[in-house]
Design a protein around this ligand. Structure first.
Ligand code: PEP
Ligand code: MN
Length: 369
C-alpha cells in the first residue's frame, strides 16, 4: 500500500490534542484556546463515544460538530473526531471536519470499517486508524486496506495499546512490537502514539511519551481537558493544556539518524559484531532443534508424549538464572523460552504425525556447513 502523509512531513513530532469527549461548547472552546499556542497539528474531541459498558456518557452527537467548526474559525486549528458509521461520516463531511479517526472498538469490526470506507469513497479526507482493542495486527492493517481500496491515500495509524485482563501498569498494554512492525512494513505511513489510552493515568504519561519518541513514532495523541478531574469520560488520564505544554517541552526528540561523521563509523563497528552474533545464535538454535528432532524420533519409537512439563520447568529455571546474571529481563527470557519450546514441540509433532523418517531430515542445512 502506498500512503500520502496526513501531516506536513517537515513537522515532527505530530501533536494531536484535545478532550476525550466534547461536553459543552464552552469546554470545547476553552480547551482549544488553551492549546492554540502549544504547537499542535490537530485538535481532537469525541462527539460519538463508543463506551465499553452502557450508562456512561456516550457523546453529545451532531451538536458538537458545530462547536468544532467554531474551534476552526476562532483558532485556525484543524479538527478531528471519531466516526463509527456511514452516518457519522456524512455529518462530518457536512461540517467540514478536517480529519476523521476510527476508534479501537470500530477497527475491530470489518463490517463497520467497510461501511465507513464505502461512505468515504470518492473523497480525499484523511483518516487515522487506531489499532483494534485486541492485538490483531491483520485487523489493523486490514482496516487500512479497506480505506485504501476505497481510493483513500491520506491514511495514518494510531497505536493506543491493547485491552488486557488482570493487573497491569497500563490501561491498555502497549505491546510496542506491533507498532514497530507496522512502521517497518509501511515506511511511508505516519504512526502516532495515543499515550492517554495506553496509560489510563496521568503520572506515567510523560515517560510513555518519551518512550514513544525513543521508538521513533511520528507523534502523539494526548487527551487534554480544562478540568480533567471532572471530565465526563476518561477523567483519570486527561491533563490540562498547561500540563500538556510542560510535558511536550520536557520531551527529548530523537532524530532517525545523525549527521555527525563519527556516528556511522561507531554504529557500524557494533552492528557488525551484532550481525555476527545473530548468525551464531541462529546457527546454535538450528543445532539445538536438530537434537530436539533426534529426541522426537526416540519418543516416537517408544511412544512417549512430546510435552514433558518437569523437564521444561527445570530447563526454564536454569535459563532464568543465567539470564538474570546476563542482565536480561524476566519478560524477555520468558518470551524466548516459550518460543524455543513451541518450535521444539512443533518439530517433534511433525515427526510424530507426518510419518517423517530420520533420513529425510538428516541433510540439515546447518549441520553440514
Ligand atoms: C478516544 O480516543 O477517546 C477513544 C475512545 O479511544 P479508543 O478508540 O482508542 O478507545
Ligand atoms: Mn478517551
Amino acid at each position: 500500500m502506498d500512503f500520502k502523509p496526513v501531516f506536513h512531513p517537515q513537522n515532527r513530532p505530530i501533536l494531536i490534542a484535545g478532550p476525550c469527549s466534547a461536553e459543552t461548547e464552552e469546554q470545547v472552546l476553552s480547551t482549544a484556546h488553551g492549546l492554540a499556542d502549544k504547537g499542535i497539528d490537530l485538535y481532537r474531541a469525541g462527539i460519538w463515544k463508543p463506551r465499553t459498558r452502557p450508562g456512561a456518557f456516550e457523546g453529545i452527537g451532531v451538536t458538537g460538530l458545530s462547536w468544532l467548526r467554531r474551534v476552526k474559525e476562532e483558532t485556525g486549528l484543524k479538527v478531528t473526531t471519531e466516526v463509527a458509521t456511514a452516518q457519522h461520516v456524512y455529518e462530518c463531511l457536512k461540517y467540514g471536519i478536517d480529519v476523521l479517526w476510527i476508534g479501537a472498538r470500530t477497527t475491530v469490526n470489518p463490517f463497520s470499517v467497510q461501511e465507513i470506507a464505502d461512505a468515504l469513497a470518492g473523497t480525499d479526507i484523511p483518516v487515522i486508524v487506531k489499532n483494534p482493542v485486541n492485538p490483531d495486527y491483520k485487523l489493523w492493517v486490514g482496516a487500512m486496506e479497506r480505506l485504501h481500496k476505497a481510493g483513500l491515500r491520506r491514511i495514518a495509524a494510531i497505536h493506543r495499546g491493547f485491552s488486557t485482563y488482570g493487573d497491569s501498569k497500563y490501561r491498555n498494554v502497549p505491546r510496542w512490537q506491533m507498532a514497530l512492525n507496522l512502521m517497518e512494513e509501511f515506511p511511508g505511513l505516519e504512526v502516532i502514539c495515543d499515550i492517554s489510552h495506553i496509560c489510563g493515568r496521568r503520572d506515567i504519561l510523560a515517560e510513555t511519551a518519551q518512550k514513544a519518541y525513543d521508538l521513533n513514532f511520528d507523534g502523539l495523541m494526548v487527551e487534554v481537558h480544562p478540568d480533567p478531574d471532572n471530565a465526563w469520560s476518561d477523567a483519570s488520564q486527561q491533563i490540562t493544556p498547561e500540563q500538556f505544554g510542560e510535558m511536550t517541552r520536557s520531551l527529548v526528540l530523537r532524530s532517525a539518524t545523525s549527521e555527525d561523521p563519527g556516528y556511522r563509523e561507531q554504529i557500524e563497528h557494533y552492528r557488525q559484531q551484532i550481525d555476527e552474533f545473530d548468525e551464531e545464535i541462529i546457527h546454535l538454535i538450528a543445532q539445538r532443534m536438530h537434537l530436539v528432532r533426534e529426541i522426537g524420533y526416540i519418543k516416537k519409537d517408544k511412544n512417549v508424549a512430546i510435552f514433558q512439563p518437569e523437564r521444561f520447568r527445570a530447563l526454564a529455571d536454569a535459563c532464568r538464572l543465567r539470564a538474570e546474571k546476563g542482565d536480561l529481563s524476566r519478560e524477555f527470557i520468558s518470551l524466548f523460552l516459550e518460543a524455543i519450546h513451541q518450535e521444539g514441540i512443533n518439530q517433534q509433532e511433525r515427526i510424530m504425525n507426518d510419518g517423517l523418517t530420520e533420513s529425510t531430515t538428516k541433510g540439515d542445512l546447518w549441520m553440514n556447513d
